[in-house]
Design a protein around this ligand. Structure first.
Ligand SMILES: Nc1ncnc2c1ncn2[C@@H]1O[C@H](COP(=O)(O)OP(=O)(O)O)[C@@H](O)[C@H]1O
Ligand SMILES: [Mg+2]
Length: 269
């Protein structure tokens, strides 16, 4: 195979493949991907979440799962009704995976091409941060319906986010919109407080002509949930953050080209 031209894989049973991307790490991309996947599920969609961050997988910890024996446990795994795949199910997260680019690309292609995702309304892909080779290969070989770009309100993060947008434009993957994470804090008084300079996500969205799909609040419980295996949207469904995720899921469903023909009934937890 010509490494410059990865083969485009097809996932016939999956209606929408959505990449969650960011220019740099630490903006909350994995948190957004996990909570978005669950919020889509809670909105009655059938959903998979693929962790394409081979070096720094987050899905196992966020969903309270560890390594499994692939001989006895078929992939994808499933938790909270979401199908899951991550390098962390196969390799001890404490053992650094020091693979070179082509092997990373192979792993990601195997996640897409050799795993039986079945019929899904949405496959959410948590991309590794940045705009390097791994990201480019994935954007070229995955049958992406679109990408959402996660950013934070600070300008320095926006510069990186713009690079991500350009990468998707180059490989002709539509950018569905921008999600601004850590946008504001809701105090005990119920008021919104901007901790960083406000409006960065909107600025990026306007600049590239896409909608601002959501502004996600800062909530210390998000970090707590990230470590205890039950994402925020499910653990604290009445919190402002969970409500913001459910609203985001509705927008993503509305924005997607082929909405589910017959949605599953809403899930009661
Ligand atoms: N809105 C938020 N409020 C509070 N903590 C957050 C929020 N979003 C992310 N975090 C925390 O920030 C850290 C980085 O998030 P993560 O999703 O791992 O980022 P990335 O995947 O972009 O590297 C994690 O500890 C996560 O729990
Ligand atoms: Mg991550």
């Amino acid at each position: 195979m010509n490494p410059g031209m990865p083969q485009k894989l097809s996932l016939p049973g999956v209606k929408n493949v959505i990449a969650v991307a960011s220019g740099k790490g630490g903006v909350g991309k994995s948190t957004v991907a996990a909570n978005l996947a669950l919020a889509l599920r809670m909105s009655g969609q059938s959903v998979g979440l693929m962790d394409a961050d081979i070096y720094g997988p987050s899905v196992p910890i966020m969903f309270g799962l560890g390594m499994v024996d692939p001989q006895t446990t078929p992939f994808p795994l499933e938790k909270y009704g979401v199908k899951l795949m991550s390098m962390g199910f196969m390799v001890d997260p404490n053992q650094a995976v020091i693979w070179r680019g082509p092997k990373v690309a192979q792993a990601v292609q195997a996640f897409l091409g050799q795993i039986d995702w079945g019929d899904l309304d949405f496959l959410v892909i948590d991309l590794p941060p940045g705009t390097g080779d791994a990201q480019l290969t994935l954007s070229q070989s995955a049958p992406l319906s679109g990408a959402v770009i996660v950013t934070t309100p600070q300008d320095v993060s926006l510069i990186d986010a713009r690079k991500g947008v350009r990468m998707f434009q180059e490989v002709k993957v539509p950018v569905l919109g921008v999600i601004e994470n850590m946008s504001y804090f809701v105090g005990d008084d119920g008021k919104r407080y901007n901790l960083f300079r406000a409006g960065g996500g909107q600025k990026l969205a306007s600049e590239i002509g896409v909608p601002l799909l959501g502004e996600m609040p800062i909530d210390p419980r998000i970090a707590e949930c990230g470590d205890t295996g039950e994402p925020m949207v499910r653990k604290y469904p009445d919190s402002p953050a969970a409500q913001a995720y459910l609203a985001l899921a509705r927008r993503v469903i509305a924005t997607s080209a082929t909405p589910a023909a017959a949605p599953l009934p809403e899930v009661q937890w």
